[in-house]
Ligand binder design. Structure first.
Ligand SMILES: Cc1cc2nc3c(=O)[nH]c(=O)nc-3n(C[C@H](O)[C@H](O)[C@H](O)COP(=O)(O)OP(=O)(O)OC[C@H]3O[C@@H](n4cnc5c(N)ncnc54)[C@H](O)[C@@H]3O)c2cc1C
Length: 406
């Protein structure tokens, strides 16, 4: 039975789906738009489990979509938050070289950040590091004053409210289970019946490859879930971290290395690592989803990736299992931190796209098919850049679907 008809259905009520539907309903008030979200509330997966950082755009390869999206993304996000009264704090960030061997890579990063247009970057010496972050060790650091913290769940809720005010529908607790293309329309079969649309925007995050497959699109890549585990710092030791303290990352990996993050609610987190998850929504070590696990292990690209990065993989798994090793990584950045200072553990799961050659996709991947756009990869800084990404997707939709505002 056909329950509802829409011009555009957005699958996924994470920050990307919500930002995009907000923009679409504002620019095309004539279109009937719905967001389908399988959870009871929006932003329950990558968006609601992320680090809450407004990135300044330092790390990304110049010319990449990450760099391009982030260069305007943070400013547009802050403008939106100013308008809606959403709190954020531009607390600044230090990227710290803990010994001389890391300084050349730090200097490369400085050049890259400057090229990307990250504002106000400055190299600071040991003395100034101590003034900014008294408990941090380091010989040299990049200070990024244009990095901040925010609650992306709150931002997502505000995007959803705006989208509804523009006339869009948010249908929660509605899971898409299969999709059929028939007679130029898309029949979306959900747990609450069939919904018909002219066009689909696939913003399903950790499940974006599955949704693309449901539409018969051969994307040639696979999403493999990686859990990022962290610990909260106990309240008595939160004063040891004023803002954000990051290590110099390995440029060949899409992960930034364990760091200290102050949250907008005042708490502090240490982490995350990056370990293979056995479920796409596996927030605990013991979470196993057979279908997801078989999917990962039966994918040739996963084994090619494992052959390339097995050493990193083994050491990340070891650090995940042995708390002392995790603490040791943190002590590189902050020698006085101890295992007793670490409180409750937590985790997020990131959708890592792996290609058939075992390559780890670092950038965004947003692809159009005849009646759909698929956001196949939306890594960090996806939340910071959500408004810029929404503009990109809506432009692409206008072009691909020949949408008209009349
Ligand atoms: C650990 C971690 C830390 C990060 N930290 C930062 C940060 O500090 N700053 C930053 O800018 N970015 C950060 N990111 C990146 C950022 O969080 C992501 O880019 C962003 O959340 C992606 O949003 P999304 O909407 O694509 O995905 P999601 O938030 O995962 O949303 C996808 C939604 O689709 C729904 N869905 C899936 N399948 C179906 C289906 N079949 N039917 C209906 N609904 C479905 C899901 O329930 C989910 O709500 C981080 C990411 C991770 C994982």
């Amino acid at each position: 039975m056909i329950d509802r008809k829409y011009d555009v259905v957005v699958i996924g009520g994470g920050i990307i789906g919500l930002a995009t539907s907000m923009k679409l309903t504002r620019d095309f008030p004539n279109l009937k738009v719905a967001v389908l979200e399988k959870e009871k509330e929006v932003a329950q997966h990558q968006t609601g489990h992320n680090s809450g950082v407004i990135h300044a755009g330092i790390y990304y390869a110049p010319g990449s979509q990450k760099a391009n999206f982030c260069s305007t993304g943070g400013k547009l996000l802050r403008d939106f938050c100013d308008e809606k009264g959403i709190a954020y704090d531009m607390c600044g960030k230090l990227i710290v070289a803990t010994d001389e061997s890391e300084v050349p890579q730090l200097e490369e990063l400085f050049k890259r950040g400057t090229e990307n247009g990250a504002e106000g970057l400055r190299m600071v010496d040991q003395e100034e590091i101590k003034e900014i972050e008294p408990y941090s060790a380091g010989v040299k650091a990049i200070l990024s004053p244009n990095t901040g913290i925010i609650d992306y769940f709150e931002v997502s809720q505000a995007y959803a409210t705006s989208m509804r005010e523009n006339g869009g529908d948010l249908l929660t607790d509605v899971e898409v289970v299969s999709i059929e293309n028939r007679d130029g329309l898309v029949y979306i079969n959900t747990t609450t019946g069939t919904i018909v649309a002219k066009y689909v925007l696939n913003c399903a995050g950790l499940h974006a490859d599955t949704v693309a497959k449901m539409m018969g699109v051969d994307i040639g890549v696979k999403i493999v879930p990686f859990r990022g585990e962290y610990f909260s710092i106990i309240p008595e030791k939160e004063h040891m971290v004023k803002g954000l303290i990051y290590p110099v990352p390995d440029p060949s990996m899409p992960f930034l290395g364990v760091h200290f993050t102050r949250r907008i609610n005042g708490s502090v987190e240490a982490g995350p690592n990056a370990v293979l998850a056995f479920a796409r929504e596996g927030y605990k070590k013991t979470d196993i989803n057979l279908r997801d696990t078989i999917g990962t292990f039966s994918y040739g690209g996963f084994w090619k990736m494992s052959a390339k990065y097995w050493k990193v993989g083994v050491s990340e798994q070891y650090r995940s299992l042995v708390k002392g090793v995790f603490v040791k990584s943190l002590q590189k950045l902050m020698p006085e931190i101890t295992g007793d200072d670490l409180g409750d553990p937590g985790a997020g799961v990131r959708a890592q796209v792996i290609d058939s050659n075992g390559g780890l996709l670092q950038d965004f991947a947003i692809e159009a098919s005849p009646n759909a756009i698929h956001v196949l990869s939306a890594p960090s800084p996806g939340a910071t850049s959500s408004i810029t990404i929404s503009e990109y997707i809506v432009d692409l939709a206008q072009e691909s679907f020949e949408l008209s505002a009349a």
